[in-house]
Design a protein around this ligand. Structure first.
Ligand SMILES: [Zn+2]
Length: 359
């Protein structure tokens, strides 16, 4: 081979093996430079002055309407106003109000589809189903209404026909069914001590943890083409092994990380490589989210500073390799040091893909 031909060969090898001058990992400083989507927030006010917050952090938000708190139509109007006020920065998930009286009649399916149609017409990018299905709603005989009930099938088919994903917060963390001293993370221990009414360990008359997962899985088995995003690590936050089995079983399922990153950190403290391998293997099916809730009750600047700190801590956990601590778990843990392309997917590209957002 002539000497002058070696340079292009060498450059070709560089591109084949992916070597470049760019570092393969992000630093904390990159947080502000890289586009990100928080795919799980609840913004309940149109007054928030979000422009500076969103542009300085290169951040987009998916605000999720939910069948709790404020009337769902008011939530829709707020979300549509926010999407118009911050185009390209905010989009929303629609929902519907579950009405037991209507369920007990003959037209629940039709009325729910009509209500959903109205709520997605403002440009929703998906539909949210909340844990009241499975955890609180009961039929006239007193039985809990589970998402696997065949009456949900036409509603779910409607969502599918609209080309929208279903985003489900179904069930609760497994800790909810355990005695407090067997729970893994401290925030669950605190929460269920404060709210014994929601601590299912104390309420054996309610459906079990497994009942919740079975209902969700039976529903997914009936709708194999449905794009489903399981909120909060699909309520299988306690074990990346179990979650991996579920993602293998349901190829159209993804999960968001909202309010469950501490459960990954808990598992990281025991076996960092296992969590890291899981995130790399399922890098196309994990969406970053915080579950922050904002109704304008605090000063905007205080709220933004607080939530920015949370997001940067999360960023450092996924990108860095330092030892970290969290009040939510007792042991220190180490950053996962995920490659850039995995971080890009978790923090941005997966939300674009699963919710069909504009890039
Ligand atoms: Zn939420």
């Amino acid at each position: 081979m002539k000497k002058q031909n070696l340079v292009p060969v060498f450059l070709g090898l560089i591109s084949i093996f992916g070597y470049s001058c760019q570092p393969a990992f992000y630093t904390e400083a990159d947080y502000f430079k890289v586009p990100k989507i928080d795919a799980h927030v609840h913004i309940l006010t149109t007054e928030a002055s979000l422009t500076e917050h969103l542009t300085s952090e290169k951040l987009r938000l998916i605000t999720i309407n939910v069948n709790a708190g404020e009337d769902v139509n008011t939530q829709r109007d707020t979300a549509v106003t926010l999407a118009k006020k911050f185009p390209g920065h905010i989009c929303y998930l629609a929902t519907f109000a579950f009405d037991t009286a209507v369920w007990n009649g003959d037209n629940w399916e039709q009325e729910t589809i009509a209500a959903l149609g109205r709520n997605i017409s403002g440009g929703a990018v998906g539909v949210k189903l909340w844990k009241n299905i499975g955890m609180t709603e009961r039929d006239r005989a007193g039985n809990f209404i589970m998402v696997s009930n065949s009456r949900f099938d036409p509603v779910i088919s409607f969502i599918e026909q609209q080309g929208l994903p279903l985003t489900g917060h179904l069930g609760e963390p497994k800790n909810c069914w355990l005695p407090t001293d067997s729970m893994t993370v401290n925030n669950d221990k605190r929460y269920f001590k404060r709210h014994p009414e929601y601590h299912m360990y104390l309420h054996p008359e309610y459906p079990t943890y497994q009942d919740q997962l079975d209902a969700r899985d039976n529903m997914l088995a009936k709708h194999p083409n449905l794009k489903f995003i399981g909120c909060h690590l699909g309520s299988e936050e306690w074990s990346v092994d179990e979650l991996a089995k579920k993602l293998d079983r349901f190829p159209n399922m993804a999960v968001d990380l909202a309010a469950r990153i501490c459960h990954l950190q808990y598992q990281s403290a025991k076996n960092k490589e296992k969590v890291r391998d899981f995130l790399i293997k399922y890098q196309d099916r994990i969406l970053y989210g915080t579950d922050i809730n904002y109704s304008g009750s605090k000063l905007d600047s205080m709220f933004y500073a607080g939530i920015r700190t949370t997001r940067i801590k999360d960023w450092n956990y996924f990108t860095g390799e330092m030892e970290l601590k969290s009040p939510d778990i007792d042991s220190p843990f180490t950053g996962l040091h995920l490659p850039k392309q995995v971080v890009d997917k978790i923090f941005y590209r997966n939300a674009v893909k699963w919710y069909k957002l504009e890039k």
